[in-house]
Design a protein around this ligand. Sequence first.
Ligand code: OFO
Length: 168
Amino acid sequence: RLSETLRSALNTQMTREAYASQIYLSYGSWAATQGYDGISNFLFRHANEERTHMMKILEYIIERGAKVNVEAIEAPPADPQSVQDCFEKTFAHEIDNTNGIYKIVKMSHDEGDWATWNFMQWFVKEQTEEETMVMNMLDKLKIAGGEKASGEALYSLDRDMKTTPDDA
Ligand code: OFO
C-alpha cells in the first residue's frame, strides 16, 4: 500500500505537472501575442503533454487505492522578455521538475516501495528527453544569433518550430 508520505509527494508532483502545463500555456500565449506562431504552437502542444503527465500520476495514485487531492494551481510566472528568456526560463523550470521527480524516486527507494520506484522510472526518462528538447531549442536559437538574432533568423526558427515534434 502507498504510504501517506509517498501519496502526498505524488499528489504534489501531480499538481506540479499541472503547473508546468500552465507555464507552457502562458508562455505560448505570450509567444502568439509577439507574432511567433510556430513557437506558440509548440508550447501549446507541450502544455497538453504536461497535462498527460499530471493524469498519469493521478491514475497511479488511484490505482494504488489512495486518495487524490486536486489542489489549486499556482499562477505561472511573468511573461518572458524575449525568445531567449522564454527558452531559458523553460529550461530552468524543467530542471526544477526533474529535481522534484528525483526526490520521489529517492523516497520510494528509501521506503522499498518498488512499485512506485518502477512507476517513476518513466518520468526519469521523460525528464531527460524534456531537458534535451529545451537544450535543442536553445541551441537552435544560439545558431540564429541568440539575444541578437535578426528578425529573419527568428522568422525561420519560428516557422521550423511549428512542425517540431514535442520530443525533438
Ligand atoms: Fe512533465 O515534464 Fe516538463 O515539466
